[in-house]
Write a protein that binds this ligand. Structure first.
Ligand code: FAQ
Length: 336
C-alpha cells in the first residue's frame, strides 16, 4: 500500500528528535484519539510514519499536478484571442504556480525536501494528475480546462480543506478560492464562444468531447480499485471517496452543460429518479492507467518541458543563494 511512485526514504522525517519509535503504543493511541475526535495534526506533533508517508505522497503529487498543469494552458498565452483573455490566462497560470509552491511548502513540513520532491517529478518516478498529459488543441480547450478541470479539482479539494493535516488543510482554503475564480472564468469564456459563430460553437463541443472522460478519471480509480482510500479516509485525509466525488461532479455539471448548450459525450448519461443521481457510462480505465504509467499522448513532452524550465532557472536559484550568503556575511561583519 505504501509502495508509491514517490518513494520517501524510510528515515524521512526521522531527522528531528520529535519522532520517536512508531511502535510507541501511547503515542499511537494519542494520535488515534486526535483523529477520532476530528482534530488536526500539526508538523511538530508525533505521527505514524505511514501517515507521514501518505501525506508526502499525496501533497507532492498534488503540487506536481499544479506545476505541470501550468503547461497545457501556458501554451496558449501567446495565442489568446484578445488582450483581456491573455491577461486572465497569465494570472490563472501564475495562480497554479503559486498553488504548487504552497503545496511543496506544506509537504516540506513533513521532513521531505523540495529537492527530493522535484527529483521524483523530473525523473518520472512521481505521479501527477493524468489530465495534464492530454494536448490543448484549440482555444476552447483553455475554457474547458477552467470549467471542467478546475471544476473537478474544486470538487476534490473542498473536502481537503478539512483534511486532518493542518498545513495541507490551510493551503487548500486559499487554493479553492482561486480555483473557484478559475472555474468561472473558463465557463464565462465558453459562454461567449457559444454565443459566437457556428465554428466557435463547434470548437467548444470538440473540446468537451475530448476532455469530458479525462476529467471524470481525475477523481482516481473506482473505490473498489483504490488501494489508498480506506486508510486515507480512516486518517481523515480523504473525506469523500473517489466515486462519490465523481458522482457529485457529474450531477453538478449536467445542468451547467445545458445552460452552455453543449452535449456531454456520453449516451448513457441520464437522471436516475431512484438514485437521485445521474447514471453514466464506462470510463476507460485502461487508457487512464496507461497515461498514469507515463504513456499518455503528452507525458514525455510535459516532463521534458518541466526539466528544461528547471535547468534554465538554475542561475536564478544560484543568484538568490549568493545574495543570501552576502547578506549573512554583511550581517555577521556588522555584528562583530
Ligand atoms: N492521475 O488509491 P487511489 C488541478 C493514482 S490539481 C494520476 O485512489 P488516492 C489544479 C494515485 O496517486 C489536480 N494518478 O489514490 C489545476 C495512486 O497511486 P500511488 C490534482 C492518479 O491518493 C487545474 C493510484 O492512482 N489534484 O487540477 C490519479 O487515495 C487546472 C491509486 O489511486 C490532487 O492531487 C490521477 N487522476 O486518491 C491546475 C488532489 N488518480 O500514489 C492547472 C489531491 C489516482 O499509490 C489547471 N489528491 N491516481 O502510486 C487526491 O485527492 C488523491 O490523491 C486522488 C487519488 C483522489 C487524486
Amino acid at each position: 500500500m505504501y509502495t508509491q511512485s514517490f518513494s520517501v526514504p524510510d528515515n524521512a522525517g526521522q531527522k528531528s528528535a520529535r519522532t520517536p519509535s512508531t511502535e510507541n503504543p501511547e503515542l499511537m493511541a494519542a494520535f488515534d484519539a486526535r483523529i477520532d475526535a476530528d482534530g488536526r495534526i500539526e508538523p511538530q506533533d508525533w505521527m505514524p510514519e505511514a501517515y507521514r508517508k501518505t501525506l508526502v505522497r499525496q501533497i507532492s503529487q498534488h503540487a506536481h499536478s499544479e506545476i505541470v498543469g501550468m503547461l497545457p494552458e501556458g501554451n496558449w498565452i501567446s495565442r489568446a484571442p484578445s488582450l483581456k483573455r491573455k491577461a486572465i490566462l497569465i494570472a490563472k497560470v501564475q495562480d497554479e504556480g503559486g498553488h504548487g509552491l504552497y503545496l511543496y511548502s506544506a509537504a516540506e513540513t513533513l521532513g521531505t525536501s523540495r529537492d527530493q520532491m522535484l527529483e521524483g517529478l523530473h525523473s518520472g518516478k512521481a505521479k501527477y494528475s493524468s489530465i495534464f498529459n492530454y494536448p490543448t488543441l484549440n482555444w476552447a480547450d483553455v475554457g474547458v480546462i477552467g470549467w471542467l478541470v478546475d471544476g473537478a479539482a474544486i470538487m476534490n479539494q473542498i473536502p481537503l480543506c478539512r483534511c486532518s493535516y493542518g498545513p495541507y488543510a490551510r493551503a487548500m482554503v486559499r487554493v479553492c478560492k482561486e480555483e473557484s475564480f478559475h472555474q468561472r472564468q473558463g465557463y464565462e469564456a465558453l459562454l461567449v464562444m457559444m454565443q459566437g459563430t457556428e465554428a466557435q460553437r463547434a470548437m467548444v463541443q470538440d473540446a468537451v468531447n475530448r476532455l469530458w472522460w479525462k476529467c471524470l478519471a481525475m477523481f482516481g480509480p473506482p473505490d473498489a480499485d483504490s488501494p489508498n482510500s480506506a486508510q486515507g479516509m480512516r486518517w481523515g485525509i480523504k473525506r469523500i471517496s473517489n466515486d462519490e466525488l465523481r458522482q457529485k461532479f457529474i450531477d453538478a455539471t449536467v445542468p451547467q452543460a445545458k445552460v452552455l448548450g453543449v452535449t456531454l459525450p456520453d449516451p448513457d448519461l441520464k437522471w436516475n429518479e431512484e438514485r437521485q443521481h445521474h447514471d453514466y457510462g464506462q470510463i476507460d480505465w485502461q487508457e487512464f492507467w496507461n497515461t498514469v504509467e507515463g504513456n499518455g499522448p503528452c507525458n514525455k513532452e510535459r516532463l521534458a518541458t518541466r526539466v528544461k524550465a528547471h535547468n534554465d532557472g538554475q542561475w536564478v536559484r544560484d543568484a538568490a543563494l549568493a545574495y543570501t550568503r552576502k547578506q549573512q556575511q554583511r550581517a555577521q561583519k556588522e555584528a562583530a
